[in-house]
Design a protein around this ligand. Structure first.
Ligand SMILES: NC(=O)c1ccc[n+]([C@@H]2O[C@H](COP(=O)([O-])OP(=O)(O)OC[C@H]3O[C@@H](n4cnc5c(N)ncnc54)[C@H](O)[C@@H]3O)[C@@H](O)[C@H]2O)c1
Ligand SMILES: [Zn+2]
Ligand SMILES: [Zn+2]
Length: 347
């Protein structure tokens, strides 16, 4: 099969690789139809995720058709159309039983990380009964593929971790696909204001069409000043960090009202400063999270009922042979006016 392979920081190659097969009795092999690229894949490419070794097939987002299952897969059969969750979980270890499958002792986020991922024609999915979701025909591949990672991340690590409540003032720093999905999911909780901060004018315009009340095209002190001006000097009740660099995390700290919550979503490769000298007394809550993908079933119901439209984030579509072009477009989002990339692998 053809697969997108990581060959060290900055280097991706489309290579020929053997088709994956069922190894464990709980495995399934899925033929991919549609895949997408995550901001995390860009962090991997920058060298921010040291667990990834050269030779790894990237990708943790995908939709496809089950090709083969092991004898202990009970809920899926060859031919089933499925959504692949980025989270692999055994369902039995101490972390799974604590409700934290992202830290499963034999899983977690391993797809496209410590095992080969979805940016290929086929992928092996361990613990398939826990990692796959059946798809009904009313949900198309493009809406579904945003539920592998993008929407569960925004809801769990952003909106829910920041405890967004009715009437809250929310700032979301980073208007990439994850930040924009955080905008969509936080609006389900009726905040009074959602301020989107980014340096990409096109993505900020998209945010306005998705219901942002204000946009701030700045970073650093200028962005702090703008957010404080929009909140009468008080700051926001919830700040969602959806970039993954020191500057954006520091910005989030400086725009919180007393009692505020900062939910970090971004994958960070460098240390950041925490300004406890001024924040120790401010009754703040900081959260970090790896997505559990425990909200996928309810997100699927919301897509089906028309409550959310994940496909609105997609701006570019590529054939699998041009996946390197998809990476280039996504990595140059300002120049390319790019939101979410989807890649069609097969029919
Ligand atoms: N915690 C998790 O489990 C998890 C899961 C998935 C993704 N993520 C992370 O979420 C983050 C967002 O993902 P994405 O797909 O939207 O990525 P992305 O790269 O498309 O978006 C990042 C956005 O941040 C903006 N940005 C850059 N510098 C900025 C600054 N100084 N101030 C404000 N905005 C700035 C960029 O213009 C871009 O629009 C990434 O760090 C990704 O790794 C985390
Ligand atoms: Zn992702
Ligand atoms: Zn487990």
């Amino acid at each position: 099969m053809k697969a997108l392979v990581y060959r060290g920081p900055g280097i991706l190659k489309l290579e020929e690789r053997p088709d994956p097969v069922v190894i464990q009795p709980t495995d399934a092999v899925v033929r991919l139809t549609t895949i997408s690229i995550c901001g995390t894949d860009l962090h991997i490419l920058k060298g921010d995720v040291p667990s990834i070794s050269s030779g790894r097939i990237l990708g943790h987002e995908g939709v496809g058709i089950v090709e083969a299952v092991g004898p202990e897969v009970h809920d899926f059969r060859p031919g089933d159309r499925v959504l692949i969750s980025l989270t692999t979980s055994c369902g039995r270890c101490s972390y799974c039983r604590k409700g934290m499958p992202s830290h499963c002792r034999s899983g977690g986020w391993i797809l496209g990380n410590s095992i080969d991922g979805t940016q290929a024609e086929f992928v092996r999915i361990p613990f398939a009964d826990n990692g796959l979701h059946h798809l009904v025909p009313e949900i198309d591949d493009e809406a579904a593929v945003l539920l592998s990672c993008n929407f569960p991340t925004s809801l769990e690590c952003g909106t829910m971790a920041a405890s967004v409540n009715p009437g809250d003032r929310v700032a979301i720093v980073g208007a990439g696909p994850v930040g924009l999905a955080a905008l969509i999911t936080c609006r389900l909780y009726s905040p009074s204001e959602v301020i989107m901060v980014d340096l990409n004018g096109h993505r900020l315009q998209t945010a306005l069409t998705l219901g942002a009340t204000h946009i701030v095209n700045a970073t650093g002190p200028a962005a702090v000043e703008a957010v404080l001006a929009l909140t009468k000097g008080e700051g926001v009740d919830a700040a969602i960090e959806a970039v993954g660099i020191p500057e954006s995390f520091e910005l989030c700290q400086l725009i919180l009202a007393p009692g505020g919550r900062l939910a970090n979503v971004g994958v960070h490769g460098k240390p950041v400063s925490l300004h406890l000298e001024s924040l120790w007394s401010a009754n703040l809550t900081f959260t970090t999270r790896l997505v559990d993908a425990s909200t996928t079933a309810r997100l699927l119901r919301m897509v089906r009922s028309g409550q959310i439209h994940p496909g609105l984030l997609i701006t570019h579509r590529f054939a699998f042979g041009d996946i390197l072009g998809a990476y280039d477009t996504f990595a140059n989002a300002t120049r390319e006016k790019a939101g979410k990339m989807v890649v069609r692998v097969s029919e």
